[in-house]
Ligand binder design. Sequence first.
Ligand code: FMN
Length: 186
Amino acid sequence: MKILAISGSPRLKGNTNYLVDQALREAARLGAQTEKVVLSQYKVNPCLGHDNCAAFDSCQQKDDAGWILDKFCEADGVILATPVYYYNVSAQMKAFIDRNYFPYKHDRKSQARAVGIIVVAAVEGIEDTLHTLKQFVDERFDINADKELIIRGYADRIGDAKNNPPLVEEARKLGRQMVASLKEAS
Ligand SMILES: Cc1cc2nc3c(=O)[nH]c(=O)nc-3n(C[C@H](O)[C@H](O)[C@H](O)COP(=O)(O)O)c2cc1C
């Protein structure tokens, strides 16, 4: 059972990455093979928008999006995590979402049977951000709403999420629920 987390936060020791790590650690403890891809560590360019993906066998941009999308399409479970930046996902996450246009245009959906969403804001914008991610998930995955696990929390400075025990527990629970959900589905 492979669980892949895609993190849109460039703060490696920030709140989003901390919560992702908690979820993945629990999943690994229960036997899942886990991996986290922090988008800012790789080159994932914005979509070029030629809207001619169908004419090509592979995306014409030769950056890291290709292998990340392969893993994304093949994982059994996926976690999408982002801080709120101006009432929406971070630019790194938006670029990744848009680069899904190539597999979308080739009728290639993600195989995942469980999806987790983690959104962190200082004050506001969580609902708008969740709306973006849910629309994306509905389009990219063939799963029921009960297989979508969502956690949202308020945190600003590095360490805020770590110092919020109920939020940390929610992240750990998300990891456990994903494994349970995937075992149920297999
Ligand atoms: C460019 C930028 C835009 C932000 N926009 C918002 C916002 O619209 N609403 C909000 O509540 N917090 C906003 N924040 C605060 C972050 O969501 C908050 O600090 C969060 O904890 C960062 O997560 P991280 O530690 O995982 O990077 C913004 C932060 C940055 C750097």
